[in-house]
Design a protein around this ligand. Structure first.
Ligand code: UDP
Ligand code: MG
Length: 317
């Protein structure tokens, strides 16, 4: 483990009704960070907790000057909490960890040392998850699908323990449930992404904030992530393709019916006619929808769709 006294860390922690875990989390974090060397700050973002979390945080804040607290007016969700923390973070290296002690602060040095192996983002993989069986199974399936579709080798998208170089977060804005896909967005921008296996603990206090609805919502967010990366600059490529395929199937069906008609078969009593016509109409709609997206994308050029690593400017001699 490389110790670097000149380095600074920001640890961002989203908190939603976690009053019983906060003190122990703070104590263990400080021990780990002291050991790591360098400067650090801890940013707790209270995402509208209704229990005594904020009072506990205020107590921690009074005794430790390295602690910052952001309190939301109401619950805005984990992505927003992380985003608010990221804008406040001033460290060269930004870490995120859940507040419920399911992630172990003691694993932080492992993530940091992987970052030092030349990566910009290190995600964690809870390879022996301590959660209910249904959560483990649905999570495994979901991670497989997302990992395969995104083409990046991350095996555990929902894990809250992650480590970033500042530059990564300067370029990425998240909301909704997009925090899971920062690795996808970052990899697309050309940042080097890695993962390490970490230990995981059962929740000791409080309850999970996510039910089984997460998987479906998570998948929708994934589609958004794909749209934002692969197709944001060329929406017609995806809509055009889908529309084209539907039109093609519609044409084949209608051609088949027409040929039958030439040989004396009535068209009116063939239900497949409906399908053929439907596919043609819907297919054309999707094609034109894709073209419309192109126009919208073309005229809103505010976002940067590339990422600059460095610039070497001109000089004398
Ligand atoms: N969290 C949050 N806002 C929310 C939901 C969750 O800040 O709307 C925090 C929560 O306090 C915890 C982390 O996000 O620190 C992960 O939540 P949870 O432990 O409920 O998820 P699970 O471990 O069950 O996947
Ligand atoms: Mg948890």
């Amino acid at each position: 483990m490389r110790k670097d006294a000149s380095r600074s860390y920001s640890i961002v922690i989203p908190v939603y009704d976690e009053e019983k875990s906060l003190k122990e989390l703070h104590r263990r974090l400080v021990a780990v960070m002291d050991e790591l060397g360098g400067e650090f700050e801890i940013i707790f973002v209270d995402d509208g907790s209704r229990d005594g979390s904020f009072e506990v945080l205020r107590g921690i804040h009074e005794t430790d000057g390295r602690v910052k607290i952001i309190q939301f007016r109401r619950n805005f969700g984990k992505s927003s909490a992380l985003n608010a923390g990221f804008s406040e973070a001033s460290g060269d290296v930004v870490l995120t960890i859940d507040a419920d002690l399911q992630d172990l602060p003691e694993e932080i040095p492992l993530l940091v040392s992987e970052l030092d192996n030349g990566y910009d983002l290190v995600s964690s993989w809870r390879h022996e998850r301590e959660d209910t069986l249904s959560k483990r199974i649905s999570s495994k399936l979901y991670n497989r699908v997302v990992s395969w579709l995104s083409g990046i080798g991350i095996r555990d998208f929902n894990s809250g323990l992650k480590c970033y170089r500042r530059e990564v977060l300067d370029e990425i804005v998240i909301s909704g449930g997009m925090h899971r896909y920062i690795p996808v967005l970052a990899a697309w921008k050309g940042f080097r992404v890695s993962q390490v296996k970490v230990r995981h603990r059962r929740r000791a206090h409080g309850v999970s904030k996510y039910g089984s609805g997460r998987m479906l919502k998570g998948f929708f967010d994934f589609l958004t992530a794909m749209m934002l990366t692969k197709y944001a600059r060329r929406p017609f490529h995806i809509f055009g393709l889908i529309g084209f395929i539907l039109v093609l199937i519609g044409l084949v069906i209608n051609a088949y019916i027409t040929v039958g008609w030439f040989f004396g078969k009535w068209i009116e009593n063939r239900p497949i006619l409906l399908l053929g016509v439907l596919l043609l109409i819907v297919g054309f709609q999707i094609v034109f929808f894709g073209l419309l997206c192109e126009i919208v994308t073309y005229s809103s050029d505010r976002d940067r769709f590339y990422s600059i690593k460095q610039k070497l400017n001109g000089h004398d001699g």
